[in-house]
Design a protein around this ligand. Structure first.
Ligand code: HEC
Length: 148
């Protein structure tokens, strides 16, 4: 086979791969049922409320990681209890949801936030990161299961 033939073959081969990929991307975007997560069917104002709460969660995680690195376990513990733990406010928030399993998951998540707060007081980096990882496991699990 000469070089031109090989070049042509490669051209068609790569071209067909790109076409496949394009098709898949296209199907993904156009497919409204692509998101298989359970919808909580939230009212619009609840949606905004939930999202702003969620953004506070990421911020809390970031603060806690930074404070562990900076050796300020007391402050990290305070944030864990206040922002991720089960407070009167977070309990009320969770109880507003009609979906029983979602509510349970939310409450278990906040309980893990309190556990994290307790572990942080031991001032042990490894144990703290393990507890943080358990708490973040709930973020991952819930996001994989539910959407607004
Ligand atoms: C009990 C369920 C649950 C837990 C636990 C949970 N989330 Fe969420 N989160 C949600 C839902 C539902 C949404 C909306 C997702 C959607 O509709 O696509 C969301 C959305 C978000 C968003 C998007 C915010 C925006 O403005 O778009 C962020 C960021 C987020 N969560 C962070 C976190 C972090 C960090 C944690 C853990 C520390 C966490 N969440 C724990 C249910 C949860």
């Amino acid at each position: 086979m000469n070089r031109v033939a090989i070049a042509l073959l490669m051209f068609f081969f790569i071209g067909s791969c790109l076409a496949d990929e394009h098709m898949q991307m296209h199907m993904h975007h156009g497919d409204a049922g692509g998101d298989k997560r359970i919808s909580l069917a939230l009212a619009p104002e609840m949606k905004q409320h939930q999202l702003s709460n969620m953004r506070e969660h990421v911020e809390a995680i970031r603060s806690i990681v930074g404070l562990i690195a900076g050796n300020d376990f007391a402050k990290a513990s305070e944030i864990a209890h206040l922002k991720l733990g089960l407070t009167e406010e977070t309990r009320k928030m969770c109880e507003m949801f009609g979906n029983e399993k979602f509510r349970k998951l939310g409450l278990a998540f906040h309980k893990s936030g309190d556990d994290l707060g307790d572990v942080l007081l031991k001032k042990n980096v490894t144990q703290s990161l393990e507890a943080l990882s358990r708490t973040m496991g709930y973020c991952v699990e819930c996001h994989a299961t539910y959407r607004q």
